[in-house]
Write a protein that binds this ligand. Sequence first.
Ligand code: PNS
Length: 160
Amino acid sequence: MTRRAIYPGSFDPLTNGHLDIIERGLKLFDELIVAVLVNQEKKGLFPFDERLTMLREAIPSPQVRIDQFQGLLVDYAQKTQATAIVRGIRAISDYEYELQMALMNRRLAPHIETVFLMAGEAYSYVSSRLVKEVFQLGGSITGLVPPIVEERMRQKLDKK
Ligand code: PNS
C-alpha cells in the first residue's frame, strides 16, 4: 500500500524551510501531496497559480504531487486517500496553533493522523511572512527561498 500524506499550507511563497520539511516527509511517506489552500478572502502576495508554478519548478520529485484544495483539509485528504497530514514545527510558538488544528482535524476524521516534523535549525526562524517583509523592505532573502522564488519576487518588486 502506498503511504501517502498531505503537506498543506498557503506557500505564499515557498521557502527553503518548506523544502526541508518536504525532504524529511519523503523519508516517512512514499508520496507527498503539497496542497495549496485556495483562500479567496486572503489574497496574499502571489496568486494561487503562480504559487503552484513555483512549487512545481522547485520540486521536480516524482514522489511529490502539487495540488490545490478548498474547504476542509480532511475532506481533501479523504478524497486523495491520504492517511496523514504533515506539518512543520519551528518553535514552541508554532505548537499551540498546530495542536488546535491537529485536534480539530482528528475530531473531524479520526483515522487521519497529523505528523509534526521539526524543521532544520537553519530554518527555525524562516517564515513566508518574514521573507516577504524583509524582501519588501530591501533586505536579502538569498538562501531563505529557492532561487526561482527570489527571482519572481524581484520581478514583482520591479513591476511596482
Ligand atoms: O501555511 P498555513 O497558512 O499555516 O496553512 C494553514 C492550513 C492551510 C493548513 C489551514 O488553514 C487549513 O488546513 N485550512 C483548511 C480549512 C480547514 O480544514 N479548517 C479546519 C481544520 S483546522
